[in-house]
Design a protein. Structure first.
Length: 385
């Protein structure tokens, strides 16, 4: 097949949408496409030297301290006029849908085909607000293809914006996220030599929607219920982090928790996760749950709420356990960690195998390549309107 010139637009901060976008860009480049990532700063996971990078720079004006839709549209248009894109794939609807609309209005048929992947709160938060939903829906009509990572988000998008996205699940790199990546000695160092019968892990941006404060009563229960106690590694940073730490101190279990900054290097993150016994995700909503998938690929079962797209990622009772309320987390965690070693080993093996078989980068890249070519074909074909 012919090589395409592809622009991939993403948010540079650590998080699911940026990770998905960068990993896709690198997979596409490995297949011979010429790929440029566009973001307000270089994304931490962009490691492939064959992938270009263009920074989105906002105007020097006190009202535009952060890159916005206008800055992104201007950057895309200037870059396209320099070296035309065949396809621009934008990740996250706000503000990227507005930028896509501006690109289409400015360049018309001389511009690139436009693909937009919606990732979560761009649908569940902005789509739920009538003031924003109608504007976003109008902008979405300017793109040639829309995707979501889960059937859950596909349904929410249809309801919010009256469009029909294609489901393309996220993927995980099994060469990096694998059981053999475990570095238990390093995790022991993080805890200052404090040992426990069970080590749990949570990875997130500590936004309120992640409900990380629910981890404290769970750990309070486990430190008492499990012979040998338990410890919790929390990876990431965000607005709730200090509250979680304060809650743990107030509950008398501050020593059982350790906080580490987000790992830019995915291999480092994998080495921490794979050294743990259980990944816990108490989120109020998850459109997919990329962190949960990375844990599964490391052979670490996942305990989470039965919300959003998580049931599409975690096979309840097979690769992890899903609960229907936050107050069920402590007992569910104890049950999982007290299970016979043979049962825990079987769940670990099933988790790694299921992640590898159902969420391979190759399958995801195949699907996105097909979306790109279909969008390009539709954009270049004569239109009745």
């Amino acid at each position: 097949m012919s090589r395409l010139e592809i622009g991939v637009v993403c948010l540079a901060s650590l998080g699911g949408s940026g990770t998905v976008a960068v990993e896709l860009a690198q997979e596409l480049a490995a297949r011979g496409h010429r790929v440029t990532v566009l973001a307000e700063a270089r994304p931490p996971r962009l490691r492939d030297a064959s992938v270009g990078f263009a920074q989105i720079v906002a105007p020097e004006h006190p009202l535009f301290a952060q890159p916005d839709a206008l800055a992104l549209a201007a950057t895309l248009i200037a870059r396209h006029r320099e070296r035309p894109f065949d396809v621009v794939h934008l990740h996250y609807g706000v503000p990227h849908a507005v930028a896509a609309h501006l690109v289409r209005e400015t360049l018309g048929t001389s511009g690139p085909a436009l693909v937009l992947t919606l990732h979560g709160t761009d649908v569940t938060t902005f789509g739920a607000d009538a003031r924003y939903a109608s504007v976003i829906a109008a902008c979405l009509r300017s793109v040639d293809a829309i995707t979501t990572p889960s059937a859950f988000l596909q349904r929410a998008t249809q309801q919010a914006f009256d469009v029909a996205p294609i489901v393309v699940p996220n993927s995980v790199d099994g060469r990096v996220f694998r059981p053999e990546a475990a570095d238990r000695a390093r995790v022991d160092e993080i805890f200052g030599g404090r040992r426990a019968a069970a080590t749990l892990v949570h990875v997130s941006n500590f936004r309120p929607v992640k409900q990380t404060r629910a981890l404290v009563p769970m750990m309070q229960h486990l430190t008492r219920a499990l012979p040998g106690g338990a410890r919790l590694l929390l990876v990431g940073d965000g607005p709730e982090r200090d509250r979680v730490e304060a809650d743990a101190r107030a509950a008398g279990i501050g020593d059982a928790l350790r906080f580490v900054a987000p790992a830019d290097d995915p291999a480092t993150l994998a080495s921490w996760i794979a050294a743990c016994d259980l990944f816990v995700l108490p989120s109020e909503i998850e459109s997919f749950g990329l962190a949960a998938l990375e844990a599964l690929a490391c052979g670490v079962p996942v305990l989470a709420q039965r919300v959003g797209g998580l049931p599409e990622v975690v096979r309840d009772g097979v690769t992890g356990v899903l609960v229907d309320a936050l107050d069920a987390l402590p007992t569910a965690a104890e049950t999982l960690l007290r299970a016979p070693a043979s049962a825990r080993t079987a769940m670990s093996i099933a988790a790694a195998r299921d992640a590898r078989e159902r969420f391979s980068p190759g399958a995801t890249t195949d699907a996105y390549e097909a979306v790109h070519r279909r969008a390009l074909g539709a954009f270049r074909s004569p239109r009745s309107d």
